[in-house]
Ligand binder design. Structure first.
Ligand SMILES: [Zn+2]
Ligand SMILES: [Zn+2]
Length: 113
């Protein structure tokens, strides 16, 4: 029943979205800024393949809704996972019990499928 075409979309938990850094909006094409193309690689996206990166607010108060293809999203999650321990007090103390680090790992695994 489950095929490659119908694999479940990955939902990035809201609390992890701020940890995933995006390219600055001003360098992005219109298609990338409105989520028609992957915000990182520019791959064309469909609702079946796109990964939602949540609503982002600009310093000027504007809102945009970036989306990404799965490989780029996975790369970005891995970057966030690698950077997280250096930014986290809990991880400096004991990374085994850091919930954020665990969620980032789980998300990277989910995106690998
Ligand atoms: Zn991409
Ligand atoms: Zn942590």
């Amino acid at each position: 029943m489950t095929t490659a075409e119908t694999r479940a979309l990955v939902d990035i938990p809201a609390e992890l979205l701020p940890l995933i850094s995006l390219p600055p909006l001003e360098v992005l094409s219109d298609a990338r800024a409105r989520g028609a193309e992957c915000v990182w690689g520019g791959e064309p996206l469909s609702t079946a393949t796109a990964i939602d990166l949540g609503e982002r607010e600009e310093t000027d108060g504007g809102h945009w809704f970036p989306r990404a293809c799965r490989p780029c999203a996975r790369r970005a999650v891995l970057v966030a996972r690698n950077e997280h321990p250096g930014l986290c007090e809990q991880c400096a103390d004991d990374s085994i019990i850091c919930k954020t680090l665990r969620s980032l790992r789980a998300l990277a695994l989910e995106l690998r499928r």
